[in-house]
Design a binder for this molecule. Structure first.
Ligand code: IPM
Ligand code: MN
Length: 365
C-alpha cells in the first residue's frame, strides 16, 4: 500500500445551498469512515459560501471562508445557487462566491470524469449498446473565458449587454498540458473542442493545443466543433477519452454527459491548479430537491474520492470509496433519480450509509 499511515489533513467543507448541505454531509460520512478505517486524522471545518453566506455574512465568499480554504489541504464544496437571488447584482449572487473561490485558488483545471457504472447501462436515455463503454474525462478550463472576461456589462433599460471571451497562450497551454498528461494514463486520446469556424478565441485555442500536442506524440489528438461534439457525445460516447475545452463549453458538455450516464447526480469533479484542490460535484444546488433527503449523494461521494486521491495523495483510500460505490450500485441500491418506476428508493442518508459501510478496514502489509 502506498498511502501514508495516520495521515493528518485539514479539509475545509463548504456545504453551500440547496442540496449542497445534504450531499456534503453524505460525503463527510464517507470521509469519516475512511479516516476511522484507514487510521487517518481528518480535521473537517465548515464554512459558509453562496446564498447561505449572503444570508449569514452578507457576502457570497466571506473572507474567513477564503482564508480557511487557502489554509486547508483540500476543499470540499457542495453546491451554490438559490433562485431568490436571481435578480441580485452579479457580485452578490451565490455563483459569485464559487467563481471567486475558483479564481482565488488558481483552480484552472476542472477534471470531470464520467463512466457508465455496471448496472446503470440502461439508466440514461441512450440504448444500452450505445451507452456501454462510455468512459471519458472532460477537462474544463475553469478560470478564464466568458465567465471572467472583461469588458462585461448589462444595461437592461437600454437593452444591451456585453460579455467577452478572452484566452491567452499560457492559459491554453497549461490546460492542454493537463489534458495530454491525463490521456497518457488512459486511452491516449485527446479531443479538443472549440468553435474555430466562428470564433477567433477558438482559432488561438486550436493552434495552441496543436503546439502542446507536439510534445505528446504518443497521444492522438483530434478537434471537434462544439456543436458537432454535442451530437457525437450522444451518437458515439464510447469514442471519447479526454475532452479538453474552454470554460463555458465544458460547463455545457459536462451536464450533457451527466444525462448520458444516467444522472448528473453521479458526476464528481476536481478543480486543480496553484493552491489547494477544490473538489465539487458537477451538479448544482437543485432547489426543488433540497431538504427532502432525495438527492443522489454519489456525485459528492465520488468527489470525496477525488479529494482523497488528488488532494491528499491517498489513492488506496480513493479506490476503496470507488469500489464501495460500484458495489452498492451493483447490488441494486438506487436513489430516486436512478430508480425505475416502482423500484425501491434509498434516501440521501441511506445511500451514504450503505456506501460507508462498505469501506474496508485497511489491510496492513
Ligand atoms: C458548475 C456550475 C457552476 C458553473 C455555476 C454554479 C457557477 O454550473 O460547476 O458546472 O457554471 O461553473
Ligand atoms: Mn454546470
Amino acid at each position: 500500500m502506498g498511502s501514508d499511515v495516520g495521515r493528518r489533513a485539514r479539509i475545509a467543507v463548504l456545504p453551500g445551498d440547496g442540496i449542497g448541505p445534504e450531499v456534503t454531509a453524505a460525503a463527510v460520512t464517507v470521509l469519516k469512515a475512511v479516516a476511522a478505517r484507514f487510521g487517518h486524522d481528518f480535521v473537517l471545518t465548515e464554512w459558509p459560501i453562496g446564498a447561505f453566506a449572503m444570508r449569514t455574512a452578507k457576502s457570497p465568499l466571506p473572507e474567513d471562508t477564503l482564508a480557511a480554504c487557502k489554509d486547508a489541504d483540500a476543499v470540499l464544496l457542495g453546491a451554490v445557487g438559490d433562485p431568490s437571488f436571481d435578480a441580485a447584482p452579479r457580485d452578490q449572487r451565490p455563483e459569485a462566491g464559487l467563481l471567486g473561490l475558483r479564481k482565488a485558488l488558481g483552480a484552472y483545471a476542472n477534471i470531470r470524469p464520467a463512466r457508465i457504472y455496471k448496472g446503470l447501462e440502461g439508466a440514461g436515455p441512450l440504448k444500452s449498446e450505445v451507452a456501454r463503454g462510455l468512459d471519458l474525462v472532460v477537462v474544463r478550463e475553469l478560470t478564464g473565458g466568458l465567465y471572467f472576461g472583461s469588458p462585461r456589462s448589462l444595461d437592461l433599460a437600454a437593452g444591451t449587454a456585453v460579455n467577452t471571451l478572452p484566452y491567452s497562450r499560457p492559459e491554453v497551454t497549461r490546460i492542454a498540458d493537463v489534458a495530454f498528461r491525463l490521456a497518457r494514463g488512459r486511452r491516449r486520446k485527446v479531443t479538443s473542442v472549440d468553435k474555430s469556424n466562428v470564433l477567433e478565441t477558438s482559432q488561438l485555442w486550436r493552434a495552441v493545443v496543436i503546439e502542446v500536442g507536439a510534445n505528446f506524440p504518443d497521444v492522438a489528438l483530434d478537434h471537434q466543433l462544439v456543436d458537432s461534439c454535442a451530437m457525437n457525445l450522444v451518437l458515439c460516447p464510447a469514442a471519447f477519452d479526454v475532452v479538453v475545452t474552454e470554460n463555458l463549453f465544458g460547463d455545457i458538455l459536462s451536464d450533457e454527459v451527466g444525462a448520458l450516464v444516467g444522472s448528473l447526480g453521479l458526476l464528481p469533479s476536481a478543480s486543480l491548479g496553484d493552491g489547494p484542490g477544490l473538489f465539487e460535484p458537477v451538479h448544482g444546488s437543485a432547489p426543488a430537491l433540497a431538504g427532502r433527503d432525495v438527492a443522489n449523494p454519489i456525485g459528492a461521494i465520488a468527489t470525496a474520492a477525488m479529494l482523497l486521491e488528488d488532494g491528499l495523495g491517498l489513492p488506496d483510500e480513493a479506490g476503496a470509496v470507488r469500489a464501495a460505490i460500484e458495489t452498492v450500485l451493483e447490488k441494486g441500491a438506487r436513489t430516486a433519480d436512478l430508480a425505475p418506476r416502482g423500484a425501491k428508493v434509498l434516501g440521501t442518508r441511506e445511500m451514504a450509509r450503505a456506501i460507508s459501510e462498505l469501506i474496508p478496514v485497511r489491510v496492513s502489509v
